[in-house]
Write a protein that binds this ligand. Structure first.
Ligand SMILES: [Ca+2]
Ligand SMILES: [Ca+2]
Length: 486
């Protein structure tokens, strides 16, 4: 029953409470230090509501009866009967306990664990049948001792693959979390230094209603946020913590985000010494420096926990990372003749400009900054500004803004008829005199190498100068062509 773990370096004898069973289990010796939130610099957000760094060390309550480990010999007694059966010719499938050296204990169970000397191990195993976020806890760790906690997958060849480790040195609790597929898993607690007669409590939990971003319950498991994007998640149990890390880019100076959630959810930002509470359902734009990690934490509000079916949405971006656009639509809703030229937008006082701003990867930029402009280009060498607006897109990178255009007199005057060939009294042929300026509208993203620029007609005045129609004299049967000039 030799178990070889990845990175195995030291073999340690497993000894379980009242156990005659022993197996050699190798604990990975040189596991990397757990990622601590203290390793991260802070990000400043202007707020008075800051929670101290250690305010998160809530005492974990175990919501079920704590057992003593079952006697492992019982399993062998059962096996012995089968082994001596003369009827059975089937090879016996080894039990989880035989395969792992650790007694079986279903998820959502807790036991008392005690260690008589450094090196002692307490462990148990289980079979998981559905995809689950598996959480292991070791709590009530006495003062002046150091215990560690490990979660393993028990492979088909009975080797153990480490999934998560918790090796804090001066903590009263250790936690391991991993999202697992159906299979066999083993939770191992080991005494590292010190001895105590006090019992600790060891438990594991199966959380099945987890979101796609799990497992991210510890800083070292933080979900990487995209430069630009929107994520949704939930709180899958009262102790669920969702850590997120946002890495700012080489040239990034601004960070925009919005946490769309009910007041049953809470979003915090690590400031280097504590957790700053951030507002829900409010767009925030903050200053950042390039190449830093901003750490966000989503929690359920303990006094008013959200159900697992309730979602939060977190949109975040570098608002100055827009490169170009998709779905541009420029429009005018005024009543104008549109007689100057096909496909030429005419605008008198209003020019609507809309689209989606996207980054170099083609991803929409939530809250992306976009510059919209309209210019008079009667003299193309010296454009004159008609309107200029900087707008911020919505959480999907979409924007829609109507620019207000000023009055004008018109450098060009064009005469056009209204495309009616044989006018009637109710639908006469009209001749329009249109005074207008040459205009150019511009969509510009912060990282545009070339802005989108299109000509339009800035209409100053449209006036009917002649109206003609055919009028029938029913007495004579003659048609008369009648024109009015204005
Ligand atoms: Ca979650
Ligand atoms: Ca989580």
């Amino acid at each position: 029953m030799k178990k070889l773990l990845q990175y195995s370096s030291v073999a340690i004898v497993v000894s379980m409470a009242s156990s005659a069973l022993a197996a050699d289990i190798s604990i990975p010796k040189n596991t990397s230090e757990p990622v601590s939130i203290y390793d991260f610099p802070g990000t400043y957000f202007d707020s008075n509501e800051v929670r101290p760094a250690d305010g998160n060390s809530t005492t974990r309550t175990i919501p079920f009866q704590i057992q003593h480990l079952p006697n492992p010999n019982a399993a062998f007694g059962t096996l012995g009967e089968h082994a001596f059966s003369t009827v059975s010719t089937q090879p016996q499938t080894p039990s989880l306990q035989e395969r792992s050296g650790c007694p079986e204990l279903g998820v959502d169970n807790a036991i008392y664990a005690s260690f008589s000397q450094p090196g002692d191990i307490v462990c148990f195993s289980t079979e998981v049948t559905t995809a689950t976020k598996l959480e292991g806890l070791l709590v009530n760790i006495p003062q002046a001792v150091d215990y560690n906690l490990y979660l393993f997958k028990l492979e088909d060849d009975n080797s153990l693959t480490p999934l998560d480790t918790s090796t804090a040195t001066a903590s009263t609790s250790e936690q391991v979390v991993h999202k697992v597929d159906p299979g066999a898993y083993v939770l191992v607690a080991q005494s590292v230094t010190g001895t105590s007669t006090d019992q600790s409590i060891m438990a594991w939990f199966a959380h099945t209603e987890f979101d796609a971003l799990e497992a991210n319950d510890k800083p070292g498991q933080a979900t990487n946020l995209p430069t630009n994007g929107k994520l949704t998640g939930n709180i899958d149990n009262q102790n669920d913590l969702d850590y997120f890390v946002y890495r700012t880019g080489d040239n990034q100076s601004k960070l925009s985000f919005n946490f769309a959630a009910s007041d049953q959810f809470s979003l915090e930002l690590w400031n280097g010494a504590g957790w700053t509470k951030l507002p829900n359902n409010q767009l925030s734009n903050i200053d950042v420096t390039p190449n830093i990690n901003a750490i966000f934490l989503v929690k359920g509000v303990q006094a008013n926990l959200p159900p697992t079916s309730s979602q939060y949405s977190f949109a975040i971006s570098d608002p100055l990372s827009g490169k170009t656009f998709t779905g541009l639509r420029t429009y005018n809703n005024e009543v104008l003749t549109n007689l100057l030229a096909p496909n030429l937008i005419e605008a008198h006082q209003e020019l609507g400009m809309s689209g989606t701003v996207i980054d170099t990867n083609g991803v929409p930029v939530p809250y992306g900054i976009v510059s919209l402009a309209a210019d008079n280009i009667n003299d193309p060498a010296s454009p004159r500004s008609l309107a200029n607006e900087v707008v911020q897109a919505d959480e999907n990178g979409k924007f829609n803004k109507v620019l207000a255009l000023p009055d004008c007199t018109g450098a060009s005057t064009t005469t056009r008829d209204n495309r009616v060939t044989r006018g009637t009294a109710t639908r006469p042929e009209l001749e329009w005199s249109i005074s207008w300026d040459k205009g150019m509208y511009t969509y510009r993203a912060p990282r545009s190498s070339q802005p989108v620029q299109v000509a339009f007609a800035h209409i100053c005045k449209e006036k009917i100068i002649k109206s003609c129609y055919w009028d029938r004299d029913f007495a004579s049967g003659e048609d008369k062509y009648i024109c009015n000039r204005f």
